[in-house]
Design a protein around this ligand. Structure first.
Ligand SMILES: Cc1cc2nc3c(=O)[nH]c(=O)nc-3n(C[C@H](O)[C@H](O)[C@H](O)COP(=O)(O)OP(=O)(O)OC[C@H]3O[C@@H](n4cnc5c(N)ncnc54)[C@H](O)[C@@H]3O)c2cc1C
Length: 291
C-alpha cells in the first residue's frame, strides 16, 4: 500500500522542528531513519498530516565521552553505535546487542532516538536503555525536559513523549570498572525481532555481587528490568542454586505475548534460559574468566 497524503517539512534546526510539530497541533510525526515509521505509513496504521524530517539537523548524530557518561545524539544510526570504539570500551553489551538488531541495511538508517521513541516491545535498544539507566533529553517549543528510561516506556509503542516533543540526546552513565556483562537473544532468523532477549551487567566486591542489573525484551508489553531477581542476587556469590532462583524469579516477573511465532509459555521458559546464560557470562567476565 501507499501512505495517505501528508505535507513534508525538512527541519534545518531543532527549533524549526519543534515549531513545525507545535504548528501541526498533534497531527505531525517526526521522521528519523524511517525504518518503523514508513512501514506504518504504508500500512496506513498512521496517517499524520505532516512529516517533520529531522535528518538534516546538524549536531543530532554524535557519540561523545564525558567524565561520567557517554552522550549519544538521537539521530545516531544503529550501525555507528555498533562500530563505535567508545561504545565498545564502555558498553560492550550494547555493541553486542546492536549485532542482533535487524539487518545491516536497516542499521545503516535506523536511529537510537527512533528506536526508543517507537518502543517496539521486542526491540533491543529500549532494553539497553533500561539496563544502562539511560536518561533521555527531550525538547518541545515549551523548552527542554529530562526523563529516565524507567519512566519513558509506558506500553507497546507508547512512551512518555508528547506529539510536539523530540528526543535530542541519550545519556548513558558509565559503569563501575571491571563490570561484567552478558547478552543472550533468540530470534527465529538472524535480523528478526527477538522472541526473547536478556542483557545483564554485574560488578563484584569481595567476591560477591555488588551490583547487578538484568533487562529483558520480547516478554512483556515493554522492555523491562527484572528487579526482583536483581534484589535476590545482590550481595551474594553466584552459585548454580542462585542462578536457578534468579531464573525462576525472572520467569515469574514477565507477561509474554502469544503470537504466530511463539506461545507465551515458550517465551516464559526461554527468557529464563537466556537470563541464566547472561548472568553466568556477566559473572565470568566480572571475575576476568571470560573476554
Ligand atoms: C525488517 C525490519 C526488521 C527490524 N528488526 C528490528 C530488530 O530486530 N530490533 C529492533 O530493535 N528494531 C528492528 N527494526 C526497527 C528498526 O530498528 C528501526 O530503525 C527503529 O525501530 C526506528 O528507528 P528509525 O530511526 O528508523 O525511526 P523512524 O521509523 O523514523 O521513527 C519511528 C518512530 O519514532 C518517532 N521518532 C523518531 N525519531 C524521533 C525523535 N528523535 N524524537 C521523537 N520521536 C522520534 C517517529 O515519529 C516514529 O513514531 C526492524 C525494522 C525492519 C524494517
Amino acid at each position: 500500500m501507499k501512505p495517505a497524503a501528508f505535507d513534508y517539512v525538512v527541519a534545518e534546526s531543532i527549533d524549526a522542528a519543534v515549531a513545525a510539530l507545535a504548528a501541526a497541533d498533534g497531527e505531525a510525526k517526526v521522521l528519523a531513519g524511517g525504518q518503523s515509521l514508513v512501514p506504518m505509513l504504508n500500512f496506513r496504521l498512521l496517517r499524520p498530516s505532516v512529516l517533520v524530517d529531522i535528518n538534516r539537523i546538524p549536531g543530532l548524530a554524535f557519540i561523545e565521552e564525558e567524565a561520567d557518561a557517554i552522550i549519544v545524539g538521537a539521530l545516531t544510526r544503529h550501525h555507528r553505535l555498533e562500530m563505535s570504539p567508545v561504545i565498545a570500551l564502555h558498553f560492550p553489551v550494547l555493541t553486542e546487542a546492536m549485532r542482533h538488531l535487524a539487518h545491516l541495511a536497516i542499521r545503516n538508517r535506523g536511529t537510537i532516538g527512533g528506536s526508543l521513541s517507537h518502543a517496539d516491545p521486542a526491540a533491543e535498544l529500549p532494553m539497553l536503555a533500561l539496563l544502562l539507566d539511560a536518561t533521555l533529553h527531550v525538547v518541545s517549543a515549551n523548552g527542554p525536559r529530562v526523563v529516565t528510561a524507567q519512566d519513558f516506556f509506558i506500553g507497546p509503542l507508547t512512551v512518555d513523549l508528547a506529539p510536539d516533543e523530540i528526543v535530542t540526546r541519550i545519556v548513558l552513565p558509565k559503569l563501575p570498572p571491571a563490570t561484567g556483562w552478558g547478552f543472550a537473544e533468540v530470534a527465529r532468523r538472524s535480523g528478526d525481532f527477538a522472541l526473547a532477549a536478556v542483557a545483564g551487567t554485574l560488578s563484584l566486591r569481595d567476591g560477591a555481587i555488588a551490583e547487578v542489573r538484568i533487562a529483558m525484551t520480547g516478554v512483556d508489553e515493554t522492555a523491562k528490568r527484572a528487579s526482583d531477581a536483581e534484589m535476590l542476587l545482590a550481595g551474594r556469590a553466584l552459585t548454580p542454586d542462585l542462578i536457578a532462583a534468579a531464573v525462576a524469579s525472572v520467569r515469574a516477573s514477565v507477561n509474554p505475548p502469544s503470537d504466530l511465532h511463539a506461545s507465551a509459555d515458550y517465551r516464559r521458559h526461554l527468557v529464563g534460559v537466556l537470563a541464566g546464560r547472561a548472568l553466568a557470562d556477566a559473572w565470568r567476565r566480572a571475575r576476568g574468566d571470560m573476554p
